[in-house]
Design a protein around this ligand. Structure first.
Ligand code: GLN
Length: 278
C-alpha cells in the first residue's frame, strides 16, 4: 500500500515541529519554496497541492542540514540585505541586519550628486559596497577582499543588480588600494576574539573564520584598518567601522590616537554599540 503523497500544508506543519524556535515555521516555508521554486504568495492558494516524492526528498535533505545547524542563508544560497537580494556562499559572511546601520551612516555622509570615491574593505558578498552603489549611482565604489571565492560571489551580485559603478580587487585591507584616496571608507571586518566560545555556536560555525575572528581581543584587523586609513582618505573623508557591542570605547580611543576628528559610536536597533566613525 502506498500512502498518498503529502500536501504542502502537511509537509510544512511537520517540518515546523522539528525545527526549533519561533523561526521554525518561517524557515520551513523558505526551504520548501526554494525546492518548489515558488514565491511566498504561491503558498496561500496551494496549501493542499500534493508534493512530488522527489521534491519531498529534496526538502527533507535541506531540513536535515538545517537541523544540523547549517544557516538558512547558505541552504538557499541567498540573503536579503538593504533593498538587494544577494547570493551568499560559505565563502562569504552572511549579511546581517546590523550592518544596515553602517550603510545608513555612510549614506548620511555621502552627498547625492557628488562623484564620491568609496571603498568597502573585506566586502564578502558585496553587501555594503552594493548597497552604497545602488543608493549613490554617481559614486565610484571599490570593494576589496582577501578571498577570491568571496569576490566571485560579490561580482555576480553586482552583475545581477546591474551595478556597474563597483570594482572588485583582491587583497588584504589597503593592499590593493596603493596610492588611492577615498571620501569614505566603510568596513565590516572580523572583530570577534579568537577564543570567543560563540565561534563554536550557531551560524558562526559555518561562516568563514577569517571573516569573524581577529586576534586575542578581536581588534587586530581594526587596528590595521585604522592605522592605514590616513594614507587613503581625502581631507574631510570618513572611516566607518562595524564592531562588537563592547568595543566602542577601545575603537574610539584608537581613532583619536590616529588623529581622527568627530569620533563617535552609533548604536544598533538593539541599543548596542555597533559602528564607530571618524
Ligand atoms: N556580527 C557578527 C556576529 O557577531 C560578526 C561579524 C563580524 O565579525 N564582522 O555574529
Amino acid at each position: 500500500m502506498t500512502a498518498a503523497p503529502p500536501d504542502v500544508r502537511q509537509l510544512l506543519a511537520d517540518a515546523a515541529t522539528r525545527l526549533p524556535g519561533v523561526e521554525g515555521r518561517h524557515e520551513a516555508e523558505l526551504l520548501l519554496l526554494h525546492v518548489l521554486e515558488r514565491e511566498r504568495s504561491w503558498l496561500f492558494a496551494h496549501a493542499t497541492d500534493p508534493v512530488e516524492p522527489v521534491q519531498v526528498a529534496a526538502f527533507e535533505a535541506l531540513l536535515a542540514k538545517r537541523l544540523a545547524g547549517e544557516p538558512v542563508a547558505y541552504l538557499l544560497g541567498r540573503r536579503g540585505f538593504w533593498t538587494l537580494d544577494l547570493e551568499v556562499s560559505p565563502a562569504t559572511l552572511i549579511p546581517r541586519p546590523e550592518t544596515e546601520l553602517l550603510v545608513e551612516l555612510a549614506l548620511a555622509r555621502s552627498p547625492e550628486d557628488a562623484a564620491l570615491r568609496v571603498a568597502d574593505l573585506g566586502t564578502g558578498s558585496g553587501a555594503i559596497a552594493l548597497a552604497l552603489a545602488s543608493e549613490r549611482p554617481q559614486a565610484q565604489v571599490v570593494a576589496t577582499d582577501l578571498s577570491e571565492a568571496a569576490l566571485a560571489v560579490a561580482a555576480r551580485n553586482a552583475q545581477r543588480h546591474a551595478l556597474g559603478n563597483v570594482r572588485f580587487r583582491q587583497g588584504a585591507w589597503y593592499a590593493p588600494l596603493a596610492g588611492e584616496r577615498f571620501d569614505l571608507i566603510a568596513t565590516n571586518p572580523p572583530y570577534i576574539a579568537s577564543d570567543d566560545p560563540h565561534l563554536a555556536q550557531g551560524d558562526l560555525r559555518f561562516e568563514p573564520p577569517t571573516a569573524l575572528a581577529s586576534g586575542q581581543d578581536g581588534l587586530d584587523d581594526i587596528r590595521l584598518i585604522i592605522h592605514g586609513a590616513a594614507a587613503h582618505l581625502r581631507p574631510g573623508g570618513w572611516l566607518l567601522i562595524e564592531h562588537g557591542w563592547d568595543q566602542g570605547d577601545a575603537i574610539r580611543a584608537l581613532l583619536q590616537q590616529a588623529g581622527f576628528q568627530s569620533v563617535a559610536t552609533e548604536r544598533d536597533l538593539e541599543q548596542r554599540d555597533r559602528v564607530s566613525l571618524g
